[in-house]
Design a protein around this ligand. Structure first.
Ligand code: ZN
Length: 651
Protein backbone atom coordinates (compact mmCIF):
# COMPACT_ATOMS: atom_id res chain seq x y z
CA UNK A 1 0.00 0.00 0.00
CA UNK A 2 1.25 3.45 -0.83
CA UNK A 3 0.73 5.56 2.25
CA UNK A 4 1.29 9.28 1.97
CA UNK A 5 3.36 10.29 4.98
CA UNK A 6 3.85 13.96 4.09
CA UNK A 7 0.82 16.24 4.56
CA UNK A 8 1.99 19.86 4.56
CA UNK A 9 5.09 22.04 4.68
CA UNK A 10 5.49 25.69 5.77
CA UNK A 11 8.07 27.88 7.52
CA UNK A 12 10.42 25.45 9.32
CA UNK A 13 7.75 22.76 9.70
CA UNK A 14 6.84 19.57 7.93
CA UNK A 15 3.54 17.96 8.88
CA UNK A 16 3.40 14.20 8.59
CA UNK A 17 0.73 11.55 9.00
CA UNK A 18 1.13 8.38 11.03
CA UNK A 19 -0.49 5.03 10.45
CA UNK A 20 -2.16 2.98 13.18
CA UNK A 21 -1.28 -0.60 12.25
CA UNK A 22 -3.16 -3.24 14.19
CA UNK A 23 -6.21 -1.08 14.91
CA UNK A 24 -8.57 -3.21 12.82
CA UNK A 25 -7.58 -6.34 14.70
CA UNK A 26 -8.71 -4.92 18.07
CA UNK A 27 -12.05 -5.93 19.57
CA UNK A 28 -15.06 -3.63 19.20
CA UNK A 29 -14.95 -2.99 22.93
CA UNK A 30 -11.30 -1.91 22.76
CA UNK A 31 -12.04 0.31 19.79
CA UNK A 32 -14.89 1.98 21.68
CA UNK A 33 -12.61 2.53 24.64
CA UNK A 34 -10.04 4.08 22.31
CA UNK A 35 -12.76 6.22 20.76
CA UNK A 36 -13.87 7.82 24.02
CA UNK A 37 -10.32 8.24 25.30
CA UNK A 38 -9.52 9.90 21.97
CA UNK A 39 -12.42 12.30 22.35
CA UNK A 40 -11.14 13.10 25.85
CA UNK A 41 -7.69 13.69 24.33
CA UNK A 42 -9.05 16.37 22.02
CA UNK A 43 -11.38 18.10 24.49
CA UNK A 44 -8.56 19.86 26.34
CA UNK A 45 -6.92 21.47 23.30
CA UNK A 46 -7.78 25.04 24.35
CA UNK A 47 -6.22 24.58 27.79
CA UNK A 48 -2.72 24.36 26.35
CA UNK A 49 -3.24 27.44 24.20
CA UNK A 50 -4.17 29.43 27.29
CA UNK A 51 -1.34 27.98 29.35
CA UNK A 52 1.19 28.98 26.70
CA UNK A 53 0.12 32.64 26.72
CA UNK A 54 -3.01 34.45 27.80
CA UNK A 55 -3.53 35.97 24.32
CA UNK A 56 -3.29 32.73 22.38
CA UNK A 57 -6.96 31.81 22.29
CA UNK A 58 -8.27 35.19 21.29
CA UNK A 59 -5.58 35.49 18.62
CA UNK A 60 -6.21 31.99 17.24
CA UNK A 61 -9.96 32.57 17.09
CA UNK A 62 -9.55 35.95 15.44
CA UNK A 63 -7.11 34.58 12.86
CA UNK A 64 -9.41 31.65 12.09
CA UNK A 65 -12.34 34.05 11.65
CA UNK A 66 -10.27 36.08 9.20
CA UNK A 67 -9.18 32.91 7.39
CA UNK A 68 -12.78 31.78 6.92
CA UNK A 69 -14.15 35.21 6.10
CA UNK A 70 -11.44 36.33 3.66
CA UNK A 71 -12.85 37.00 0.20
CA UNK A 72 -9.85 38.67 -1.46
CA UNK A 73 -7.14 37.23 -3.67
CA UNK A 74 -5.79 34.06 -2.04
CA UNK A 75 -2.58 34.39 -4.04
CA UNK A 76 -1.84 37.85 -2.58
CA UNK A 77 1.45 38.16 -0.69
CA UNK A 78 -0.21 39.34 2.52
CA UNK A 79 -2.73 36.52 2.54
CA UNK A 80 -0.07 33.89 1.83
CA UNK A 81 2.03 35.17 4.74
CA UNK A 82 -1.05 35.32 6.94
CA UNK A 83 -1.82 31.68 6.14
CA UNK A 84 1.73 30.64 7.10
CA UNK A 85 1.43 32.58 10.36
CA UNK A 86 -1.86 30.88 11.23
CA UNK A 87 -0.41 27.45 10.43
CA UNK A 88 2.51 28.22 12.73
CA UNK A 89 0.18 29.32 15.53
CA UNK A 90 -1.73 26.05 15.19
CA UNK A 91 1.46 24.04 15.23
CA UNK A 92 2.87 25.79 18.31
CA UNK A 93 -0.46 25.99 20.14
CA UNK A 94 0.15 29.71 20.34
CA UNK A 95 2.18 32.66 19.12
CA UNK A 96 5.58 31.40 20.28
CA UNK A 97 7.67 28.80 18.47
CA UNK A 98 6.97 25.37 19.96
CA UNK A 99 10.69 24.61 20.33
CA UNK A 100 12.66 27.85 20.26
CA UNK A 101 9.90 29.58 22.27
CA UNK A 102 10.46 32.95 20.58
CA UNK A 103 7.46 34.90 19.34
CA UNK A 104 6.76 34.49 15.63
CA UNK A 105 7.46 37.42 13.35
CA UNK A 106 4.39 37.85 11.14
CA UNK A 107 5.09 38.18 7.40
CA UNK A 108 1.84 40.06 6.76
CA UNK A 109 1.24 43.76 7.33
CA UNK A 110 -0.50 45.49 10.20
CA UNK A 111 -2.76 47.12 7.60
CA UNK A 112 -3.87 43.71 6.34
CA UNK A 113 -4.68 42.60 9.88
CA UNK A 114 -6.60 45.76 10.68
CA UNK A 115 -8.57 45.71 7.42
CA UNK A 116 -9.52 42.05 7.83
CA UNK A 117 -10.57 42.46 11.45
CA UNK A 118 -12.83 45.36 10.43
CA UNK A 119 -14.29 43.23 7.64
CA UNK A 120 -15.41 40.52 10.08
CA UNK A 121 -19.12 40.14 10.76
CA UNK A 122 -19.81 41.53 14.23
CA UNK A 123 -20.61 38.07 15.63
CA UNK A 124 -17.11 36.83 14.80
CA UNK A 125 -15.38 39.47 16.92
CA UNK A 126 -14.44 38.46 20.43
CA UNK A 127 -14.80 41.82 22.11
CA UNK A 128 -14.35 42.06 25.86
CA UNK A 129 -16.84 43.99 27.85
CA UNK A 130 -16.94 47.65 26.83
CA UNK A 131 -14.50 47.03 24.00
CA UNK A 132 -14.86 48.53 20.50
CA UNK A 133 -13.30 47.31 17.26
CA UNK A 134 -10.71 50.08 17.64
CA UNK A 135 -9.65 49.16 21.15
CA UNK A 136 -9.74 45.46 20.20
CA UNK A 137 -7.29 46.06 17.37
CA UNK A 138 -5.16 48.30 19.58
CA UNK A 139 -5.02 45.51 22.19
CA UNK A 140 -4.01 42.68 19.83
CA UNK A 141 -1.72 44.50 17.41
CA UNK A 142 1.29 44.88 19.70
CA UNK A 143 0.95 41.28 20.87
CA UNK A 144 1.19 40.05 17.28
CA UNK A 145 3.50 42.64 15.72
CA UNK A 146 5.67 44.26 18.39
CA UNK A 147 8.73 42.10 18.94
CA UNK A 148 9.34 43.66 22.37
CA UNK A 149 5.97 42.54 23.73
CA UNK A 150 5.97 39.04 25.26
CA UNK A 151 9.05 38.03 23.25
CA UNK A 152 9.63 34.61 24.80
CA UNK A 153 7.30 31.92 26.10
CA UNK A 154 9.58 30.63 28.85
CA UNK A 155 12.69 32.44 30.03
CA UNK A 156 14.96 30.17 32.03
CA UNK A 157 18.45 31.50 31.78
CA UNK A 158 20.17 34.78 32.50
CA UNK A 159 19.83 37.27 35.32
CA UNK A 160 16.36 38.61 34.58
CA UNK A 161 13.29 37.51 36.56
CA UNK A 162 12.32 34.27 34.82
CA UNK A 163 8.71 34.42 35.92
CA UNK A 164 8.05 38.09 35.15
CA UNK A 165 9.80 37.81 31.78
CA UNK A 166 8.08 34.62 30.60
CA UNK A 167 5.07 35.11 28.32
CA UNK A 168 3.42 31.91 29.50
CA UNK A 169 0.35 31.95 31.66
CA UNK A 170 1.39 29.75 34.58
CA UNK A 171 1.61 32.74 36.89
CA UNK A 172 -0.64 35.75 37.24
CA UNK A 173 0.53 39.22 36.34
CA UNK A 174 3.12 40.74 38.61
CA UNK A 175 4.15 37.48 40.27
CA UNK A 176 7.95 37.30 40.69
CA UNK A 177 10.39 34.40 40.78
CA UNK A 178 11.31 35.15 44.39
CA UNK A 179 7.63 35.09 45.38
CA UNK A 180 7.05 31.74 43.67
CA UNK A 181 10.13 30.23 45.28
CA UNK A 182 9.08 31.49 48.69
CA UNK A 183 5.47 30.32 48.25
CA UNK A 184 6.34 26.76 47.26
CA UNK A 185 9.46 26.64 49.40
CA UNK A 186 7.27 27.17 52.45
CA UNK A 187 4.83 24.46 51.33
CA UNK A 188 7.65 21.99 50.84
CA UNK A 189 9.27 22.87 54.14
CA UNK A 190 6.02 22.32 56.02
CA UNK A 191 5.49 18.94 54.42
CA UNK A 192 7.51 16.32 56.26
CA UNK A 193 6.01 13.48 54.23
CA UNK A 194 8.23 11.02 52.41
CA UNK A 195 5.59 11.03 49.72
CA UNK A 196 5.05 14.72 48.93
CA UNK A 197 2.53 15.79 46.31
CA UNK A 198 3.80 17.69 43.26
CA UNK A 199 3.24 21.13 44.69
CA UNK A 200 1.85 23.65 42.24
CA UNK A 201 1.42 21.14 39.43
CA UNK A 202 -2.19 21.93 38.49
CA UNK A 203 -2.80 25.58 39.14
CA UNK A 204 -1.99 29.12 38.16
CA UNK A 205 -0.40 31.09 40.97
CA UNK A 206 -2.03 34.52 41.07
CA UNK A 207 -1.90 37.65 43.11
CA UNK A 208 -5.27 38.60 44.57
CA UNK A 209 -5.28 41.84 46.56
CA UNK A 210 -1.55 41.47 47.06
CA UNK A 211 -1.82 37.89 48.28
CA UNK A 212 -0.67 34.81 46.39
CA UNK A 213 -3.39 32.25 45.64
CA UNK A 214 -3.53 29.10 43.56
CA UNK A 215 -6.27 29.09 40.95
CA UNK A 216 -6.71 25.35 40.43
CA UNK A 217 -7.40 23.72 37.05
CA UNK A 218 -10.40 21.53 37.81
CA UNK A 219 -14.13 21.16 37.40
CA UNK A 220 -15.53 24.35 38.90
CA UNK A 221 -12.10 25.99 38.79
CA UNK A 222 -9.94 27.42 36.05
CA UNK A 223 -10.52 25.77 32.62
CA UNK A 224 -13.69 24.13 33.94
CA UNK A 225 -15.65 24.13 30.62
CA UNK A 226 -12.92 22.07 28.91
CA UNK A 227 -12.27 19.83 31.90
CA UNK A 228 -15.99 19.03 32.19
CA UNK A 229 -15.91 17.73 28.60
CA UNK A 230 -12.83 15.65 29.30
CA UNK A 231 -14.56 14.16 32.33
CA UNK A 232 -17.71 13.41 30.39
CA UNK A 233 -15.76 11.41 27.77
CA UNK A 234 -13.78 9.61 30.46
CA UNK A 235 -17.08 8.62 32.08
CA UNK A 236 -18.20 7.07 28.79
CA UNK A 237 -14.84 5.31 28.49
CA UNK A 238 -15.24 3.57 31.86
CA UNK A 239 -17.99 1.38 30.44
CA UNK A 240 -15.56 -0.11 27.92
CA UNK A 241 -12.59 -0.61 30.24
CA UNK A 242 -10.71 -3.84 29.61
CA UNK A 243 -10.73 -4.85 33.26
CA UNK A 244 -11.72 -3.59 36.70
CA UNK A 245 -8.36 -2.11 37.45
CA UNK A 246 -8.49 0.02 34.32
CA UNK A 247 -12.00 1.19 35.21
CA UNK A 248 -10.67 2.22 38.61
CA UNK A 249 -7.80 4.13 36.99
CA UNK A 250 -10.16 6.14 34.81
CA UNK A 251 -12.53 6.76 37.72
CA UNK A 252 -9.68 7.99 39.89
CA UNK A 253 -8.60 10.38 37.17
CA UNK A 254 -12.17 11.67 37.00
CA UNK A 255 -12.16 12.24 40.78
CA UNK A 256 -8.92 14.18 40.44
CA UNK A 257 -10.29 16.37 37.65
CA UNK A 258 -13.31 17.10 39.85
CA UNK A 259 -11.42 17.85 43.07
CA UNK A 260 -8.07 19.15 41.83
CA UNK A 261 -6.60 17.26 44.79
CA UNK A 262 -2.98 16.35 44.07
CA UNK A 263 -3.10 13.39 46.48
CA UNK A 264 -5.78 11.91 44.24
CA UNK A 265 -3.50 12.55 41.29
CA UNK A 266 -0.77 10.53 43.01
CA UNK A 267 -3.27 7.75 43.72
CA UNK A 268 -4.20 7.78 40.05
CA UNK A 269 -0.53 7.71 39.00
CA UNK A 270 0.17 4.69 41.20
CA UNK A 271 -2.80 2.76 39.83
CA UNK A 272 -1.78 3.74 36.33
CA UNK A 273 1.83 2.66 36.69
CA UNK A 274 0.75 -0.67 38.16
CA UNK A 275 -1.52 -1.51 35.24
CA UNK A 276 0.52 -3.54 32.83
CA UNK A 277 -2.26 -5.95 31.89
CA UNK A 278 -4.43 -3.72 29.73
CA UNK A 279 -3.60 -3.47 26.06
CA UNK A 280 -5.21 -0.05 25.64
CA UNK A 281 -3.59 2.77 27.58
CA UNK A 282 -3.63 6.56 27.72
CA UNK A 283 -2.15 9.71 29.20
CA UNK A 284 -4.50 12.57 29.97
CA UNK A 285 -3.70 15.41 32.33
CA UNK A 286 -1.28 18.04 33.58
CA UNK A 287 1.94 16.08 33.22
CA UNK A 288 5.18 17.65 31.98
CA UNK A 289 6.71 20.76 33.51
CA UNK A 290 9.19 21.77 30.80
CA UNK A 291 7.12 24.88 30.01
CA UNK A 292 7.52 26.44 33.45
CA UNK A 293 10.84 28.14 34.17
CA UNK A 294 10.76 26.68 37.69
CA UNK A 295 9.56 23.24 36.64
CA UNK A 296 6.45 23.28 38.86
CA UNK A 297 3.44 23.86 36.58
CA UNK A 298 2.45 21.20 34.08
CA UNK A 299 1.08 21.65 30.60
CA UNK A 300 -2.00 19.69 29.60
CA UNK A 301 -1.35 16.72 27.32
CA UNK A 302 -2.94 13.53 26.09
CA UNK A 303 -2.10 10.42 24.11
CA UNK A 304 -4.17 7.35 23.42
CA UNK A 305 -2.50 4.13 22.46
CA UNK A 306 -2.44 0.36 22.50
CA UNK A 307 0.39 -2.09 22.97
CA UNK A 308 2.24 -3.47 19.96
CA UNK A 309 2.52 -7.04 21.26
CA UNK A 310 5.28 -8.23 18.98
CA UNK A 311 7.63 -5.27 19.40
CA UNK A 312 6.99 -5.27 23.13
CA UNK A 313 8.86 -8.56 23.46
CA UNK A 314 12.00 -6.59 22.56
CA UNK A 315 11.59 -4.07 25.39
CA UNK A 316 10.58 -6.78 27.82
CA UNK A 317 13.93 -8.36 27.20
CA UNK A 318 15.55 -5.06 28.12
CA UNK A 319 13.47 -4.41 31.22
CA UNK A 320 13.71 -8.05 32.27
CA UNK A 321 17.43 -7.46 32.66
CA UNK A 322 17.09 -4.07 34.35
CA UNK A 323 18.97 -5.16 37.46
CA UNK A 324 21.90 -6.42 35.42
CA UNK A 325 22.14 -3.09 33.61
CA UNK A 326 21.91 -1.14 36.87
CA UNK A 327 24.59 -3.28 38.52
CA UNK A 328 27.04 -3.00 35.62
CA UNK A 329 26.74 0.71 34.89
CA UNK A 330 29.84 2.87 35.33
CA UNK A 331 28.07 4.89 38.01
CA UNK A 332 29.43 5.02 41.59
CA UNK A 333 27.88 2.29 43.69
CA UNK A 334 26.25 4.57 46.26
CA UNK A 335 24.22 6.31 43.50
CA UNK A 336 22.81 3.04 42.17
CA UNK A 337 19.52 1.45 43.02
CA UNK A 338 20.07 -1.74 45.02
CA UNK A 339 16.78 -2.96 43.62
CA UNK A 340 15.41 -1.62 40.37
CA UNK A 341 11.66 -1.79 40.72
CA UNK A 342 8.92 -2.28 38.22
CA UNK A 343 10.61 -1.07 35.08
CA UNK A 344 7.75 -1.95 32.80
CA UNK A 345 8.43 -1.31 29.20
CA UNK A 346 6.38 -1.64 26.11
CA UNK A 347 6.15 -0.56 22.54
CA UNK A 348 2.96 1.21 21.68
CA UNK A 349 0.99 2.35 18.69
CA UNK A 350 -0.59 5.76 19.18
CA UNK A 351 -4.08 6.29 17.88
CA UNK A 352 -4.62 9.91 18.99
CA UNK A 353 -2.44 12.81 20.10
CA UNK A 354 -3.67 15.84 22.02
CA UNK A 355 -2.60 18.89 24.00
CA UNK A 356 1.16 19.24 24.40
CA UNK A 357 1.72 16.03 22.39
CA UNK A 358 0.15 17.48 19.26
CA UNK A 359 1.12 18.19 16.52
CA UNK A 360 4.70 17.92 17.74
CA UNK A 361 5.04 14.69 19.66
CA UNK A 362 7.61 12.71 21.64
CA UNK A 363 8.79 9.29 20.44
CA UNK A 364 8.99 7.88 23.93
CA UNK A 365 7.25 8.46 27.24
CA UNK A 366 8.35 7.63 30.76
CA UNK A 367 5.89 8.40 33.54
CA UNK A 368 4.91 9.22 36.23
CA UNK A 369 7.25 12.09 37.08
CA UNK A 370 7.01 12.14 40.89
CA UNK A 371 10.33 10.87 42.25
CA UNK A 372 8.87 8.96 45.19
CA UNK A 373 6.34 7.13 43.02
CA UNK A 374 9.14 6.12 40.68
CA UNK A 375 11.17 4.98 43.67
CA UNK A 376 8.38 2.96 45.33
CA UNK A 377 6.30 1.82 42.36
CA UNK A 378 8.56 2.16 39.32
CA UNK A 379 7.63 3.84 36.11
CA UNK A 380 5.95 2.96 32.87
CA UNK A 381 8.06 3.41 29.86
CA UNK A 382 7.01 3.34 26.24
CA UNK A 383 8.46 3.64 22.78
CA UNK A 384 6.07 4.93 20.16
CA UNK A 385 7.03 2.88 17.17
CA UNK A 386 4.45 4.02 14.63
CA UNK A 387 5.61 7.63 15.09
CA UNK A 388 9.28 6.65 14.71
CA UNK A 389 8.41 4.72 11.61
CA UNK A 390 6.64 7.71 10.08
CA UNK A 391 9.71 9.89 10.72
CA UNK A 392 11.95 7.29 9.16
CA UNK A 393 9.79 6.73 6.09
CA UNK A 394 9.25 10.43 5.46
CA UNK A 395 12.98 11.15 5.53
CA UNK A 396 14.14 8.47 3.10
CA UNK A 397 15.88 9.82 0.04
CA UNK A 398 15.77 13.48 1.06
CA UNK A 399 19.52 14.08 0.48
CA UNK A 400 20.38 14.69 4.13
CA UNK A 401 22.90 11.92 4.65
CA UNK A 402 24.61 12.58 1.31
CA UNK A 403 25.24 16.13 2.53
CA UNK A 404 26.26 15.59 6.15
CA UNK A 405 27.61 12.06 6.57
CA UNK A 406 31.39 11.73 6.05
CA UNK A 407 31.61 8.68 3.78
CA UNK A 408 29.90 5.67 2.32
CA UNK A 409 31.16 3.61 5.28
CA UNK A 410 29.02 5.59 7.74
CA UNK A 411 26.10 5.76 5.32
CA UNK A 412 26.14 1.97 5.01
CA UNK A 413 26.17 1.67 8.81
CA UNK A 414 23.19 4.00 9.03
CA UNK A 415 21.26 2.23 6.29
CA UNK A 416 21.91 -1.18 7.77
CA UNK A 417 21.43 -0.46 11.49
CA UNK A 418 20.14 3.12 11.78
CA UNK A 419 16.44 2.50 12.43
CA UNK A 420 17.06 -0.47 14.74
CA UNK A 421 19.68 1.27 16.91
CA UNK A 422 17.69 4.49 17.03
CA UNK A 423 14.71 2.55 18.39
CA UNK A 424 16.91 0.61 20.80
CA UNK A 425 18.45 3.84 22.07
CA UNK A 426 14.99 5.17 22.76
CA UNK A 427 14.06 1.90 24.49
CA UNK A 428 17.14 2.04 26.72
CA UNK A 429 16.62 5.76 27.41
CA UNK A 430 13.00 5.24 28.46
CA UNK A 431 13.02 1.74 30.00
CA UNK A 432 16.24 1.97 31.95
CA UNK A 433 17.86 5.41 31.72
CA UNK A 434 15.24 7.53 33.50
CA UNK A 435 14.53 4.81 36.03
CA UNK A 436 18.13 4.18 36.99
CA UNK A 437 20.08 5.61 39.91
CA UNK A 438 18.91 7.14 43.16
CA UNK A 439 19.12 10.38 45.11
CA UNK A 440 21.22 10.36 48.26
CA UNK A 441 19.06 10.66 51.38
CA UNK A 442 18.16 14.29 52.04
CA UNK A 443 18.83 15.51 48.51
CA UNK A 444 16.15 17.97 47.37
CA UNK A 445 14.66 16.51 44.15
CA UNK A 446 14.37 20.07 42.77
CA UNK A 447 17.97 21.04 43.62
CA UNK A 448 19.07 21.29 39.99
CA UNK A 449 16.30 23.80 39.23
CA UNK A 450 16.30 25.02 35.62
CA UNK A 451 19.10 22.60 34.71
CA UNK A 452 17.21 19.54 35.97
CA UNK A 453 15.44 18.70 32.70
CA UNK A 454 18.60 18.92 30.61
CA UNK A 455 20.63 16.82 33.04
CA UNK A 456 17.86 14.26 33.41
CA UNK A 457 17.66 13.82 29.63
CA UNK A 458 21.46 13.59 29.48
CA UNK A 459 21.45 10.88 32.13
CA UNK A 460 18.91 8.81 30.21
CA UNK A 461 20.62 9.35 26.84
CA UNK A 462 24.04 8.44 28.23
CA UNK A 463 22.70 5.30 29.81
CA UNK A 464 21.37 4.27 26.40
CA UNK A 465 24.53 5.20 24.53
CA UNK A 466 26.74 3.37 26.99
CA UNK A 467 24.79 0.13 26.81
CA UNK A 468 24.10 0.10 23.07
CA UNK A 469 27.74 -0.87 22.65
CA UNK A 470 27.71 -3.51 25.39
CA UNK A 471 28.22 -7.17 24.40
CA UNK A 472 25.12 -7.85 26.50
CA UNK A 473 23.02 -6.40 23.67
CA UNK A 474 24.21 -9.11 21.31
CA UNK A 475 23.88 -11.76 23.96
CA UNK A 476 20.24 -10.77 24.44
CA UNK A 477 19.67 -10.96 20.69
CA UNK A 478 18.79 -7.27 20.43
CA UNK A 479 21.46 -6.39 17.88
CA UNK A 480 22.82 -8.68 15.17
CA UNK A 481 26.52 -7.93 15.73
CA UNK A 482 29.16 -5.77 17.40
CA UNK A 483 29.03 -3.15 14.64
CA UNK A 484 25.42 -2.02 14.98
CA UNK A 485 25.94 0.49 17.80
CA UNK A 486 28.31 2.51 15.63
CA UNK A 487 25.36 3.68 13.55
CA UNK A 488 23.75 5.33 16.59
CA UNK A 489 27.08 6.72 17.85
CA UNK A 490 27.70 8.36 14.51
CA UNK A 491 24.17 9.70 14.21
CA UNK A 492 24.24 11.01 17.77
CA UNK A 493 27.58 12.82 17.46
CA UNK A 494 26.71 14.30 14.07
CA UNK A 495 23.39 15.51 15.42
CA UNK A 496 24.72 16.88 18.69
CA UNK A 497 27.77 18.60 17.20
CA UNK A 498 26.28 19.84 13.98
CA UNK A 499 22.97 19.01 12.42
CA UNK A 500 20.59 19.79 15.28
CA UNK A 501 21.78 23.39 14.94
CA UNK A 502 19.46 23.75 11.96
CA UNK A 503 16.66 24.11 14.48
CA UNK A 504 18.15 27.26 15.94
CA UNK A 505 18.20 30.78 14.58
CA UNK A 506 21.65 32.17 13.83
CA UNK A 507 23.10 34.05 16.77
CA UNK A 508 20.85 32.39 19.35
CA UNK A 509 21.78 29.97 22.11
CA UNK A 510 20.51 26.41 22.58
CA UNK A 511 17.50 26.62 24.91
CA UNK A 512 15.39 23.48 24.79
CA UNK A 513 16.29 20.77 27.31
CA UNK A 514 16.61 17.81 24.91
CA UNK A 515 18.75 19.83 22.52
CA UNK A 516 20.95 21.15 25.32
CA UNK A 517 21.38 17.59 26.48
CA UNK A 518 22.46 16.34 23.05
CA UNK A 519 24.93 19.16 22.54
CA UNK A 520 26.25 18.76 26.07
CA UNK A 521 27.01 15.09 25.52
CA UNK A 522 28.44 15.49 22.02
CA UNK A 523 30.55 18.57 22.85
CA UNK A 524 31.84 17.14 26.10
CA UNK A 525 32.89 13.87 24.44
CA UNK A 526 34.44 15.80 21.55
CA UNK A 527 36.48 18.04 23.89
CA UNK A 528 37.52 15.26 26.26
CA UNK A 529 38.66 13.05 23.40
CA UNK A 530 40.45 15.82 21.55
CA UNK A 531 44.01 14.90 22.53
CA UNK A 532 43.52 11.38 21.23
CA UNK A 533 41.37 12.48 18.27
CA UNK A 534 38.55 10.18 19.30
CA UNK A 535 36.12 12.33 17.33
CA UNK A 536 37.09 14.91 14.71
CA UNK A 537 35.40 17.64 12.77
CA UNK A 538 37.25 17.01 9.53
CA UNK A 539 37.21 19.33 6.52
CA UNK A 540 36.65 18.40 2.91
CA UNK A 541 35.97 20.91 0.13
CA UNK A 542 35.46 23.63 2.72
CA UNK A 543 32.81 21.63 4.58
CA UNK A 544 33.07 20.09 8.03
CA UNK A 545 32.09 16.51 8.80
CA UNK A 546 32.00 14.41 11.95
CA UNK A 547 34.49 11.55 11.79
CA UNK A 548 34.69 9.04 14.62
CA UNK A 549 38.16 7.49 14.80
CA UNK A 550 37.74 5.39 17.89
CA UNK A 551 34.27 4.09 18.72
CA UNK A 552 35.40 2.14 21.75
CA UNK A 553 37.07 5.13 23.39
CA UNK A 554 33.95 7.16 22.66
CA UNK A 555 32.01 4.59 24.63
CA UNK A 556 34.39 4.98 27.56
CA UNK A 557 33.84 8.74 27.45
CA UNK A 558 30.06 8.29 27.49
CA UNK A 559 30.49 6.06 30.54
CA UNK A 560 32.57 8.68 32.35
CA UNK A 561 30.05 11.41 31.69
CA UNK A 562 27.20 9.15 32.78
CA UNK A 563 28.94 8.59 36.12
CA UNK A 564 29.39 12.35 36.60
CA UNK A 565 25.84 13.33 35.63
CA UNK A 566 24.46 10.67 37.97
CA UNK A 567 26.64 12.01 40.78
CA UNK A 568 25.33 15.54 40.13
CA UNK A 569 21.74 14.35 40.29
CA UNK A 570 22.25 12.08 43.31
CA UNK A 571 23.99 14.78 45.33
CA UNK A 572 21.93 17.68 43.97
CA UNK A 573 25.17 19.42 42.98
CA UNK A 574 23.66 22.54 41.41
CA UNK A 575 26.99 24.30 40.72
CA UNK A 576 28.50 21.37 38.82
CA UNK A 577 25.26 20.79 36.92
CA UNK A 578 25.00 24.41 35.88
CA UNK A 579 28.64 24.42 34.86
CA UNK A 580 28.29 21.38 32.65
CA UNK A 581 25.17 22.67 30.91
CA UNK A 582 26.38 26.26 30.46
CA UNK A 583 29.83 25.19 29.30
CA UNK A 584 28.86 22.53 26.76
CA UNK A 585 25.11 22.68 26.16
CA UNK A 586 24.24 26.31 25.53
CA UNK A 587 26.71 28.25 23.38
CA UNK A 588 27.15 27.72 19.66
CA UNK A 589 30.17 28.29 17.43
CA UNK A 590 28.66 30.87 15.06
CA UNK A 591 30.89 29.96 12.15
CA UNK A 592 29.91 26.28 12.29
CA UNK A 593 26.28 27.24 12.80
CA UNK A 594 26.33 29.34 9.62
CA UNK A 595 27.90 26.56 7.61
CA UNK A 596 25.39 23.95 8.78
CA UNK A 597 22.42 26.26 8.23
CA UNK A 598 23.68 27.04 4.74
CA UNK A 599 24.17 23.44 3.71
CA UNK A 600 20.81 22.52 5.17
CA UNK A 601 18.99 25.36 3.44
CA UNK A 602 20.16 24.07 0.08
CA UNK A 603 18.35 20.77 0.77
CA UNK A 604 15.00 22.53 1.31
CA UNK A 605 14.13 20.39 4.32
CA UNK A 606 12.19 21.29 7.47
CA UNK A 607 13.96 20.96 10.80
CA UNK A 608 10.73 20.40 12.78
CA UNK A 609 8.09 17.79 12.26
CA UNK A 610 4.69 17.07 13.66
CA UNK A 611 1.60 15.06 12.88
CA UNK A 612 -2.03 15.20 11.96
CA UNK A 613 -4.24 12.61 13.64
CA UNK A 614 -6.41 10.12 11.84
CA UNK A 615 -10.13 10.86 11.98
CA UNK A 616 -11.76 8.33 14.29
CA UNK A 617 -15.42 7.64 13.68
CA UNK A 618 -18.10 5.48 15.23
CA UNK A 619 -20.11 3.39 12.78
CA UNK A 620 -23.73 2.94 13.89
CA UNK A 621 -26.54 0.69 12.67
CA UNK A 622 -30.12 1.91 12.22
CA UNK A 623 -30.88 1.21 15.87
CA UNK A 624 -28.11 3.65 16.80
CA UNK A 625 -25.80 0.96 18.18
CA UNK A 626 -22.09 1.24 17.51
CA UNK A 627 -21.00 -1.63 15.28
CA UNK A 628 -17.44 -0.50 14.51
CA UNK A 629 -14.93 2.31 14.88
CA UNK A 630 -12.98 3.32 11.79
CA UNK A 631 -9.93 5.41 10.99
CA UNK A 632 -9.69 7.78 8.08
CA UNK A 633 -6.31 9.09 6.91
CA UNK A 634 -7.39 11.72 4.42
CA UNK A 635 -7.84 14.87 6.48
CA UNK A 636 -5.49 17.78 5.66
CA UNK A 637 -3.62 19.93 8.18
CA UNK A 638 -5.63 23.17 8.00
CA UNK A 639 -8.79 21.14 7.65
CA UNK A 640 -8.05 19.25 10.86
CA UNK A 641 -7.13 22.37 12.80
CA UNK A 642 -10.28 24.19 11.73
CA UNK A 643 -12.41 21.17 12.61
CA UNK A 644 -10.81 20.88 16.04
CA UNK A 645 -11.49 24.57 16.65
CA UNK A 646 -15.10 24.02 15.63
CA UNK A 647 -15.72 20.81 17.58
CA UNK A 648 -13.33 20.93 20.53
CA UNK A 649 -13.14 24.56 21.60
CA UNK A 650 -14.63 25.26 25.03
CA UNK A 651 -12.64 28.15 26.49
ZN1 ZN B 1 13.67 11.39 28.34
Amino acid sequence: MNFNYIVDQFADIQVLRYQVPGFDALSLRQKQLLYHLSEAALMGRDILYDQNCRYNLIIRKTLEAIYRNYSGDKGAVDFKAFEVYLKRVWFANGIHHHYAEDKFVPGFSEEFFEREVRALPSGALLLSEGETVDTFIARLKPVIFDSDVLPKRTVQSGERDWILESANNYYGEGVTKAEVEAFYGKMKAEDASATPVSFGLNSRLEKVNGELKENVWKVGGLYSPAIERIVSELEKAVAFAENEKQAEIIETLIRYYRSGDLKTFDAYSILWVEDTASQVDFVNGFIETYGDALGLKASWEATVNFRNEEATRRTQTISGNAQWFEDHSPVDKCFKKAKVKGVSAKVITVAMLGGDCYPSTPIGINLPNADWIRRDYGSKSVTIENIMEAYDKASQGNGFSEEFVWSETERTLLRRYGFLTDILHTDLHECLGHGSGQLLPGTDPDALKAYASTLEEARADLFGLYYLADPKMQELGLVPDGEAYKAEYYRYMMNGLMTQLVRIELGKDVEEAHMRNRQLIARWAFEQGKAEQVVELRRRDGKRYVVINDYEKLRTLFGRLLAEVQRIKSEGDYEAGRDLVERYGVKIDLDLHKEVADRYARLHLSPYKGFVNPVMREVKNDRGEVTDVTLDYTEGYAEQMLRYSREYSFL
